[in-house]
Design a protein around this ligand. Structure first.
Ligand SMILES: Nc1ncnc2c1ncn2[C@@H]1O[C@H](COP(=O)(O)OP(=O)(O)O[C@H]2O[C@H](CO)[C@@H](O)[C@H](O)[C@H]2O)[C@@H](O)[C@H]1O
Length: 460
């Protein structure tokens, strides 16, 4: 911790200046008024609805899921009424939902010229009330045995965004803040102001958080009509038309139409104002008065080595024996050599996509083997070539008792790796925030990161 504190002290002063001027007078009024409304520690008793594609642990692919439950719980603790709206995926972890039941009302929503019924399920996840929407649509949008990666993802989530707003509208809820996340629910912002506000459902203000500008949700302009948006009105350079090709862009629409737009670290908020914006930099500049970066946090109940039920032995900062016991347990579980307790163990838990620096991860595996350390990778890839490449590396080290690659998603194992490792690598090419380095620090594993985005931010 003292090393990290020292690093923070030595932080590039130009970056600090840039950050401070970004938070300067021009943005202050807008920010202050919204933060008073939206953030913990200010007023309480607001009704906040998050509309999202993921939530931990019930429907998790990556960091978005952690933030939906972590932020939701933090806001709830501050006295706000927080509700989450999710698709009812067939593959979600239903055992993580308490009191799951279907309501005896159906909510009808518009799509492609027709009205469709939606079953509404309710339940509690991590103490938060959740609504799950199950469309009664012949395309079975959320019964695909996976969360993303379907040919009609744009259609699936345009449908969900519309149905989620319809649920809020028909239930007569007086919501203060509707918080949507990433391209999958970016449609909520233009739908709210162009469709629902005209129906008198207009008490809420819209917050859009972009967790990663790499994914923007683009499609031919005509596809916007599916969820009832007006293509002619929105297919314009100052509204939803993408800045570099003729398609429409869901994230751009949310930037234009939301009251406040956030991303997940101040440094990334600076980066996306140039190339990091993946073509949206000019839009972010036009809307800079309502755009800011707020550093993510982690859910310190879920990620707590002194209460973590997945660990062999719980431990805390004052009791590192416990950490050693977890290292021994993981070595046994993964059939790794265990003769030398002090032989360093390097951990890495990630979605294996180009963003995460897969070539650097590969290099770290070989280098650790060469230097006589141990390496455990837990990761899976939506990109078949990358998955195959890492399967090859796993095979290569099959008989090496210092290296293990576990190429799947496994929540329980991830906790054990954070606890067992001495060091944790996050060599991302770009990283909007990054949660794994924060979790690693919480578990006493030293993060080794590339200096980018949230990995290059004030985290102490
Ligand atoms: N195979 C596996 N098995 C089990 N658990 C696994 C796993 N692979 C990853 N995880 C878990 O998923 C989470 C990933 O967090 P990241 O910060 O890397 O987010 P991600 O890049 O998905 O999301 C985006 O959103 C988040 C949240 O805003 C940003 O921090 C980030 O920079 C941005 O890219 C961690 O909780 C990690 O433990």
């Amino acid at each position: 911790a003292s090393m990290l504190r020292e690093m923070v002290r030595k932080r590039d002063s130009r970056l600090r200046e840039a950050y401070l001027s970004y938070r300067g007078t021009e943005n202050r009024d807008v920010m202050d008024s919204f933060l008073k409304m939206a953030l913990p520690g200010t007023s309480s008793g607001l009704h906040i609805a998050h509309i999202a594609a993921e939530m931990a642990p019930v429907a998790k692919v990556g960091g978005l899921a952690d933030v939906i439950s972590g932020l939701g719980k933090a806001l709830q603790k501050k006295g706000h009424l927080v509700e989450i709206i999710l698709p009812k995926y067939d593959c979600m972890q239903v055992d993580q939902v308490s009191n799951l039941k279907v309501l005896d009302v159906l909510v009808q929503s518009y799509f492609e010229g027709n009205m469709f019924n939606n079953k509404i399920w309710t339940g509690t996840v991590e103490g938060l009330p959740v609504y799950f929407i199950e469309p009664q649509h012949p395309a079975m949008f959320f019964s695909r045995a996976q969360y993303y990666g379907e040919h009609d993802d744009f259609k699936r989530f345009a449908y969900f965004s519309r149905a989620a707003l319809e649920l809020l509208y028909q239930s007569g809820k007086k919501v203060d803040i509707i918080h949507c996340h990433d391209w999958q629910t970016a449609f909520v912002a233009p739908l709210y102001w162009d469709v629902y506000a005209n129906l008198g459902f207009n008490s809420a203000r819209i917050c859009f958080t972009c967790h990663n500008f790499e994914y923007q949700g683009t499609a031919p302009a005509r596809d916007l009509a599916w969820c009832g948006l007006d293509v002619e009105h929105l297919d314009r350079p100052d509204r939803m038309r993408d800045n570099s090709h003729g398609r429409i862009n869901a994230v751009k629409g949310a930037i234009v139409y939301s009251n406040i737009v956030t991303t997940v670290s101040p440094t990334y908020a600076l980066e996306v104002r140039s190339e990091g914006g993946r073509g949206l930099q000019d839009t972010l500049k036009v809307h800079s008065r309502k755009f800011l970066g707020i550093l993510n946090g982690i859910d310190t109940d879920t990620w707590n080595p002194s209460t973590d039920r997945y660990l062999k032995v719980q431990y805390n900062a004052k009791d590192l024996q416990g950490k050693a016991a977890n290292k021994a347990a993981l070595r046994e579980q993964l059939n790794l050599a265990s003769a030398y307790p002090s032989q360093p163990l390097v951990g890495c838990i990630t979605r294996l996509v180009a963003q995460k620096g897969v070539h650097l991860i590969r290099h770290a595996i070989y280098k650790t083997a060469e230097l006589g350390g141990q390496f455990v990778l837990l990761g899976s890839s939506p990109v078949p070539e990358i998955q195959r490449e890492f399967e090859g590396i796993a095979d290569h080290f099959q008989n090496n008792n210092n290296i293990r690659l576990i190429l799947k998603y496994d929540d329980a194992l991830s906790h054990c790796i954070y606890a067992a490792s001495d060091m944790f690598i996050v060599p991302s090419i770009f990283e909007p925030c990054g949660l794994t380095q924060m979790i690693a620090m919480r578990y006493g594993s030293v993060p080794i990161v590339r200096k980018t985005g949230g990995l290059n931010d004030r985290c102490l």
